[in-house]
Each structure stands twice: as structure tokens, then as C-alpha cells.
Design a protein around this ligand. Structure first.
Ligand SMILES: [Zn+2]
Length: 213
């Protein structure tokens, strides 16, 4: 069963359910109770993202459909179409580059006993898109996220379970992607992550999930 490198020292009890790896989280001090923190964008950052999301909104919901054209010099133009006719009325929408932090998501677990922090997911480095998608730029790497405690019904520390999905085994992965990686790197390149809190009755509640394809 693949287990990502960065989770190896803090997880145990791997079980397999179809294409899923299911791991429980345990701190190096032995405790299994954690407070969970998620990254968030502050007000200034959300405002910096607004022109980008407004442009997407106009493009995808402002008309009948959207399309793009590419000039000979490679310049891309986005258009919102007001009918199903490609040659019908349309308007160009300028889509600005999104700020580096717009899509960064980080989840960390803080041990309730020794206070050590463990990163459970960082979209810049983990999963297929973090590992083999567009490499994180320097400004993405330098970005320091803000964290807040993940909101739940209560703020008591919880047992955690991480479920990872792999679409392919190592051989299929190498064939389908053309990436000649070893097993350890393949293990980091899962395509979906879900993090659950486990309550006192053993019931799982979803805290976070993200497709990393
Ligand atoms: Zn600990």
C-alpha cells in the first residue's frame, strides 16, 4: 500500500479499501489526539484575488458559454458568448493572473499533548498536482499561510484519519504519465486526499478533501 513519504513517521494502521489507503495519525510522542488547523486568506489577500474570480465569474456565468482564441504570438483571449453561435455576439473578458496564494491550501495537525505540529497536506508539494503538476514557484514556496483552527462542533482534540486515493499502481502510473519515478515518489502523488475526524463512537466526520489530479 503506498504511504506518502512525508506521512510515514506520523501514520500507522494502513488499510486498503479498493484504490484507497487509509491511515491513522499518531504523533512521535505517542499521542493520537490533535487540534486541526487550516490555512486561510486574510481580507487583503481575498481582495487581491477578487479581480481574478470576478473575471472567471463573468466568463462562466455571464453569458451562454465561453471560449478562447490564441493569437499567432501566443496571446490568449477569453470570450463570453451570448448565444450558441461562435460567430454571434461576444465580449472579451480580461482574466488577470491569480495571486500566488489564491489556490494554496495547507492543513496541519497540532498534537494536543506535546504541541508538535505536523503538516497533513500542502497543495504546493503533495498529491499528483503538487508533486508533478506545475512546480511551485519561488514566490509560492516563500508564501507563509495564515492558520486558524478548523471549525467543528466543539474544539476538543480529535483522532484523525487520512484517506488517500491512487488511480493507478506504480506500473500503470509510469505508463499513463510517462514519469519514470520510484515507488517513494509515486507514493506522494495520490490523486485525492480526505481527512476525517473520528469521534468517540468511531464515527468519521469529513474535515477536508481535495482532488490533487
Ligand atoms: Zn505529540
Amino acid at each position: 500500500m503506498p504511504i506518502p513519504n512525508y506521512l510515514k513517521t506520523i501514520t500507522f494502521d494502513e488499510t486498503r479499501k479498493g484504490s484507497f489507503t487509509v491511515l491513522k495519525v499518531k504523533c512521535s510522542c505517542g499521542s493520537m489526539l490533535f487540534d486541526v488547523f487550516e490555512s486561510y486568506l486574510d481580507k487583503a489577500e481575498r481582495e487581491a484575488c477578487k479581480p481574478y474570480y470576478d473575471a472567471l465569474d463573468k466568463l462562466y456565468t455571464g453569458g451562454h458559454a465561453s471560449t478562447c482564441t490564441i493569437d499567432e504570438d501566443g496571446t490568449v483571449h477569453h470570450w463570453v458568448l451570448f448565444s450558441s453561435d461562435l460567430n454571434g455576439p461576444k465580449e472579451e473578458v480580461f482574466v488577470p493572473e491569480p495571486p500566488v496564494f489564491s489556490s494554496i491550501q495547507v492543513i496541519k495537525a497540532k498534537c494536543s499533548k506535546c504541541q508538535k505540529e505536523h503538516i497533513l497536506f500542502d497543495s504546493r508539494y503533495h498529491g499528483y498536482s503538487g508533486k508533478y503538476g506545475n512546480a511551485a514557484t519561488n514566490s509560492e514556496k516563500e508564501y507563509v499561510p495564515h492558520f486558524r483552527q478548523k471549525r467543528r462542533r466543539d474544539t476538543l482534540p480529535v483522532l484523525l484519519c487520512v484517506q488517500l486515493e491512487y488511480d493507478d499502481n506504480l506500473e500503470e502510473f509510469q505508463q499513463n504519465t510517462g514519469i519514470a519515478c520510484d515507488y517513494a515518489n509515486y507514493s506522494d502523488a495520490y490523486t485525492w486526499i480526505t481527512i476525517y475526524a473520528i469521534d468517540e463512537n468511531g464515527k468519521k466526520r469529513k474535515l477536508f478533501e481535495r482532488e490533487t489530479d
